[in-house]
Design a protein around this ligand. Sequence first.
Ligand code: GUN
Length: 282
Amino acid sequence: MARIIDGKAISAQIRGEIAEKVAAFTAQHGFSPSLTVIIVGEDPASLVYVKNKHKACEQVGIKSDIIRLPADVSETELLSLIDKLNNDKGVNGILVQLPLPKHINEESVICRISPKKDVDAFGYENVGRILTGNFDFLPCTPAGVMELLHRSGISVTGKDCVVIGRSNIVGKPMAALLMHENGTVTVCHSKTADLRSHTSRADILVSSVGKAGFVTADMIKDGAVIIDVGINRLQDGKLTGDVDFEGCFEKASYITPVPGGVGPMTITMLLQNTLTAANKQI
Ligand code: GUN
C-alpha cells in the first residue's frame, strides 16, 4: 500500500516559508515583489487558473495585477504591452496565460518577456539555462514535482525514471530536472512502442498525458513512486488524474492524488519564482 504524497499540505508549508521571505523583502526594500498576469479572451479554465494565482499571491503578500485583453487583441498590441511591462521597475514577474487565441503566435509572445521576468521559465533563454543546469527559474509544474520528491525524502539518484509526455511545459523540463538529480530518464510519448515495457521498469513514474485512467496497476512496478501530473475533468464534473489511483495505490510505495497532489505545487512554485525574480532585480 502506498503513502499518499499530500501536495496540499506540502504546498501550504512552502507558502508559509515564502510568505515569511516576502515579508522580510518588503520590510527591507519598502515594496512587495509583484507579478503581472496577462489573460487574453474568456477561456473559462484560464480565468479560473488566473483567479487562483491572484489569490495565492495575495495570501503570501506578493502584489498581483491581472491585465485582461479582448480575444481579438492584435499580436502587436500584446507585444507592446509586454515591452512596457519589461521596462516597468514596479513589475518583477510577467506571465501570459496560455493558450492564446489562434491568431497570436505563442512562441513570439513568450520569448518577448524579459528572461529576468519570465516566471514561467518558458522563454528560450530560461529553457536553455534549465538544460545546462545554470538556472534562476524552473518551470512551475516540474519544479513542484521535484519539491514533492524532496520533501517526501525520495532520492532520484540512480533511479529509473520514466516520464510519459514530451511537452515543453512538463515532459521535457521534467526529464532535465530528473537528470540533474542523477536519475536515468526515459521519455515516453504517443508514438512510443510498447509503453508498458518502459513504465514497468520505472522506480519513479511521472505521467503528464491528459487522459483519465491512462496508467493502470498492471503497467507499474511494485514499490514505484507514482507522480500524476494529469488534470482531467470527468463527465460528472469531478477532477481526476492520468493514474488509476485505487489500483496503483495498492502497488506503489508513494503516489500523488488528483486533486491535492501536483496541482497546488504549480502555483506555489510560481510564487517562489516571483520572489526569486524580485531578489534578482534589486
Ligand atoms: N496554461 C496552463 N498552464 C499554464 C502555465 O503553467 N503557465 C501559463 N502561462 N499558462 C498556462
